[in-house]
Design a protein. Structure first.
Length: 368
């Protein structure tokens, strides 16, 4: 029987991450919560929309009108939408995030599970559609900041010198200021707020943590014997970075990006709450919570989107901790040694208890 192959490389790291997620209850909860939020955000139109999923309107059948939004249906009033269909399969909530009604500031009820805001818009629809906006924006920002932070940290840690000094001082300077203040300062330089401006602002203020971790790992790796051997053999710096340095810093970049995802969502929600985030047409959790400033009695404007935001951040942090233990080889080796020690102590305890039982049986046996 051939010995089992060690789990090395990207596939081994992925398998190890899955095994850790499967063993940890909190990690499973975080993964399940993020999966549910992604599912709700992706299919938000099937949970809250002012148009039916399938509808027969004046003899014409419409499929997925909640997604395509045909012009002949959009122009109708709210009352006509309810009475002019021969057949309609509606989403659970019959209101979209942009539909304004006369039911303003209504508490949670059967028609509006999360209540309505000051303009009569359904809060549940804004929360569900806001998940798509917030998570999509956060993933784009994290992808940009991970690329930027990894490149800056790897180049600064490998080449050192003046480049390392400039990057280190820049990281220290940006880290000294709160992220919300930096984002607001960058947005103040833009004539008109837009999604692209917010993405760039968030990416430019959250790349420092990735750079710091990647730089430290690259400095450690650069002193290893195989890096020195590659230099002695005449390998170019680009080849050394691509083949030997980047694979070793990949774990730090992924873990830092996972934690940056939650912080990016918090900063974006803070900017929206203050009124400096995305344009007013985009539904977000921060904008819904901002309604509580004008209507302090409407607790549902803060409770439901705040709970979703809390669960999202906690779940991502739980996933980040699990990925950190799975992708960091030092933590994996230490965890393996701890498991070996626990197994050895458990086996020794079982052997001791079995020996005591055998001794007791021998002493109790009658002598002939």
């Amino acid at each position: 029987m051939s010995p089992a192959k060690p789990l090395t490389g990207p596939r081994g790291s992925f398998r190890r991450a899955l095994s850790i997620l499967a063993r940890r209850r909190l990690a499973r909860f975080g993964a399940a919560a993020i999966a549910v939020l992604l599912w709700l955000g992706t299919f938000a139109d099937f949970f809250a929309a002012d148009l039916p999923i399938i509808g027969v309107h004046h003899g014409e059948t419409f499929f997925f009108a909640n997604v395509t939004e045909p012009a002949t249906l959009v122009v109708e009033t709210e009352e006509e939408k309810r009475t002019s269909y021969e057949f309609a399969l509606w989403p659970p909530v019959h209101h979209g995030p942009y539909v304004e009604t006369d039911q303003r500031l209504k508490p949670p009820n059967r028609e509006h599970p999360f209540g309505t805001d000051a303009r009569g818009r359904d809060v549940f629809a804004q929360v569900v559609h806001g998940a798509r906006t917030v998570l999509g924006l956060a993933f784009v920002c994290v992808a940009l900041l991970v690329v930027l932070g990894t490149l800056a940290g790897a180049l600064a840690g490998y080449f050192g010198g003046l480049l390392d000094l400039i990057v280190a001082r820049l990281v220290e300077t940006l880290t000294a200021f709160p992220a919300v203040v930096l984002v607001l300062a960058i947005l103040a330089l833009v004539a008109r707020p837009s999604v692209a401006a917010l993405v760039i602002a968030l990416s430019l203020t959250r790349w420092t943590e990735v750079t710091r971790l990647v730089r430290a790992e690259v400095i450690r790796v650069s002193t290893q014997d195989y890096i020195l051997a590659a230099r002695a053999l005449g390998a170019s710096p680009l080849r050394i970075l691509a083949r030997h340095v980047f694979p070793n810093a990949r774990a730090q970049a992924i873990v830092a990006g996972t934690f940056a995802l939650s912080s990016t969502i918090l900063v974006e929600a803070s900017c929206d709450f203050l009124g400096f985030g995305l344009p007013s047409s985009a539904p977000t959790w921060g904008k819904v919570m901002a309604g509580l400033r004008d209507d302090g009695h409407a607790w549902w404007l803060f409770a439901f989107p705040g709970a979703v935001l809390f669960v999202t951040v906690i779940s991502q942090n739980l996933l980040g901790e699990a990925l950190r233990d799975a992708l960091d080889p030092h933590r994996s080796v230490a965890a393996g040694h701890e498991r070996d020690d626990d197994n050895a102590h458990r086996a020794a305890a079982e052997n001791s208890s079995s020996s005591e039982r055998e001794s007791a049986i021998f002493q109790a046996a009658p002598r002939v």
